[in-house]
Design a protein around this ligand. Sequence first.
Ligand SMILES: [Zn+2]
Length: 252
Amino acid sequence: MSCEQASPLLSAYFDRELDVAKSLEIEGHLRECERCTAVVKQHEALHDALSAPSLVFAPPRDLEWRLRKAVRREAKPRSLFVLQPWRWAALPVAAMLAAALSWSVAVNRGGPSADDLMLAELVSGHVRSLMVDHAVDIATSDQHTVKPWFNGKVDFAPPVADFKANGFPLVGGRVDYIGGRPAAVLVYKRNQHFVNVFIWPAGKEESQALRNATYQGYHLLRWSGSGLTFWAVSDVNSADMESLARLFQEVG
Ligand SMILES: [Zn+2]
């Protein structure tokens, strides 16, 4: 075998890709040819260099943990409360409900106004809290427990009071999102019905004209005090809603 014949086969020989007959021919040639032997030695040296441990990338031990954490952070809902497993199941229904409410507003009025959208969001928040059978994130009638619970969850201090003596026992509180901002929600019971009271800092852009409304069969009542806007939503009658508003205004 000549160098011209051996040369193109050296790489395949080194990688053990040749049949036995060809390998033996190359070996015979290498015994008498220094130049081809040098080429094979270069292959060996390159192979060894590429196998060096310093070239093998080993991911840091906590990489998986960090990736999972990053994915969780990205997937986190805007809401501040922690979604529990059963709430995931309720989300599509709630989303459909919100979409249906917005759609019916759009169809009936030829384009939803800002007030309509807010009423839809409030009713949606109220209905959602009933659907998942878990109206509150903190369940207690103790106002001294609920008030500090809001610290760090909303950037204002909602007035928290139990009106049990007046027929509106406090059930608890949660944080919801209305109009893209966090709202403190106090949940009261009136006989067997729930009343959600949404609270957020009063804004200049808010319509002051809208004081009460009936939406999708629910009563909504707005009042304000101490720089806060309050919206109560429930299926209890309007007189009861007014009573609750007065109780709030007395303590506020
Ligand atoms: Zn040769």
